[in-house]
Design a protein around this ligand. Structure first.
Ligand code: PMP
Length: 419
């Protein structure tokens, strides 16, 4: 353990005085400088897909450093970026024709919101209202916090946030209130876009809903010409069992946000894909219709080389089979918890499982979370419960034995915490 002057993300330093140094990682494991191994049960904040340091992705980044490190992306392009574009267009939901690079999940969503507003402005229609789900999380920048749920995370910044139309989150087997509210909100005629996390609201508590509900939400938006933004920052590249969660509903979003698993989790990169009408609305001889967004590192070549290698891994390795195997092992482990009354609302979507610890304080600030996290870490398992919600989101290289170790550790840690 060490202390330093670094201010860490989502960390209350008053309660967590020391950070755990990590020196190495391989597959599903992190390692401290002293050689203690820690199972990465949250895929290092949901980014690592195949496992840490996939050899092809690492080799591609290394090779790229020998050719081109960085170049301004306005007025220039490069082979790794073009390879990512070609690869993504081949696998993305139908209708997505163009893509815009950025650096993080939050920026991919900011870009999506700006594309939507730009589309309506450039087509001469006054639509600027954004609709979003209750309990949503879309990032920590001002625009994405505005679209996300309001709560302790953003209370201090509330004066900076813009108002969005809030749609009730679809509850399992009870999505009608969502459809009704969406229908009413869309009918106002001033809605630019509806944004949602397909199939699973991540940071809001791993709240899951089915593909038919996603399909119906999409249908309602389309019936009212409302742009449908799929925030697949967390779900993309296999987490829900398919490359993109939207595929399970067979829906083509107008705008698709990708980050995290885009590079296999090795290096930051994000992409916002959009349909031809959105690009066309910005395409003009008139410079005022330009899509005004950039950041210094847009489409960094090393990050693009990692993403292109990730696409190659998907093309050439049995990734879906690995995902299926992890999903099946997860189901077995979850099933073993079912008889224990302390674990409730057991649920799974693809490789992700979640449940609540019964009779504990709910909400993100629930004390049980820190306590559980510390006890799991002692046992060599990295999990970050969201309040009383425990979830397991492992990399796809994870074995059944490793998962059994994780769940055994959860039970032991809960035994201690609740004793
Ligand atoms: N959207 C979703 C659905 C996310 O889960 C996240 C991150 N957890 C973000 C956006 C923001 O991504 P980033 O942290 O890379 O900015």
């Amino acid at each position: 353990m060490t202390s330093s002057s670094i201010w860490h993300p989502f960390t209350q330093h008053g309660l967590e005085p020391a950070m755990t140094p990590i020196a190495r990682a391989a597959g599903a494991w992190l390692e401290t400088p002293e050689g203690k191994r820690i199972f990465d049960g949250v895929s290092s904040w949901w980014v690592i897909t195949h496992g840490h340091r996939h050899p092809k992705i690492i080799a591609a980044m290394r090779a790229q450093t020998e050719r081109l490190d960085q170049v301004i992306f306005a007025g220039f392009t490069h082979e790794p970026a073009e390879a990512v574009a070609d690869g993504l267009l081949k696998i993305a939901p139908e209708g997505l024709r163009y893509l815009f690079f950025s650096d993080s999940g939050s920026t991919s969503v900011e870009v999506a919101l700006k594309m939507a507003l730009g589309y309506w402005k450039n087509t001469g229609q006054s639509r600027s209202r954004i609709l979003a789900l209750e309990d949503a999380y879309h990032g920590d920048t001002i625009g994405t916090m505005s679209a996300g749920a309001r709560g302790v995370f953003n209370a201090a910044y509330e004066p900076l946030l813009f108002e969005v139309g809030r749609i009730p989150r679809p509850k399992p087997h009870h999505a009608q209130p969502t459809f009704d509210a969406l229908e009413i909100a869309c009918r106002r005629g001033d809605v630019a876009a509806f944004i949602c996390e397909p199939l699973i609201l991540g940071a809001g508590g791993m709240l899951m809903y089915d593909a038919d509900t996603l399909k119906e939400m999409h249908r309602i938006c389309k019936a009212h010409d409302v742009l449908f933004i799929a925030d697949e920052v967390m779900t993309c590249f296999g987490r829900t069992g398919t490359v993109f969660a939207c595929q399970q509903a067979g829906i083509p979003p107008d705008i698709l946000c990708l980050a995290k698993g885009l590079t296999g989790g090795s290096i930051p990169l994000a992409v916002t894909m959009c349909s031809a009408p959105i690009y066309d609305a910005h395409f003009s001889k008139d410079r005022s219709r330009t899509f005004f967004h950039s950041s210094s590192y847009t489409a960094n070549p090393i990050a693009c080389a990692a993403a292109a290698a990730n696409l190659e891994v998907w093309r050439t390795e049995p990734v879906i089979e690995r995902i299926l195997a992890v999903s099946q092992s997860q189901a077995l482990c979850l099933n073993d918890l079912a008889a224990d009354a302390r674990f409730v609302n057991l649920r799974q979507t693809g490789t992700i499982t979640a449940f609540e610890i019964a009779d504990t304080q709910a909400g993100y600030l629930a004390n049980v979370a820190l306590d559980l996290r510390a006890r799991l870490l002692e046992r060599g398992v990295l999990l970050r419960p969201l309040g009383s919600t425990v979830y397991v989101m492992p990399p796809y290289c994870t074995t059944k034995d490793e998962l059994q170790f994780v769940y055994r550790s959860i039970v032991e840690a809960v035994d201690e915490v609740l004793s």
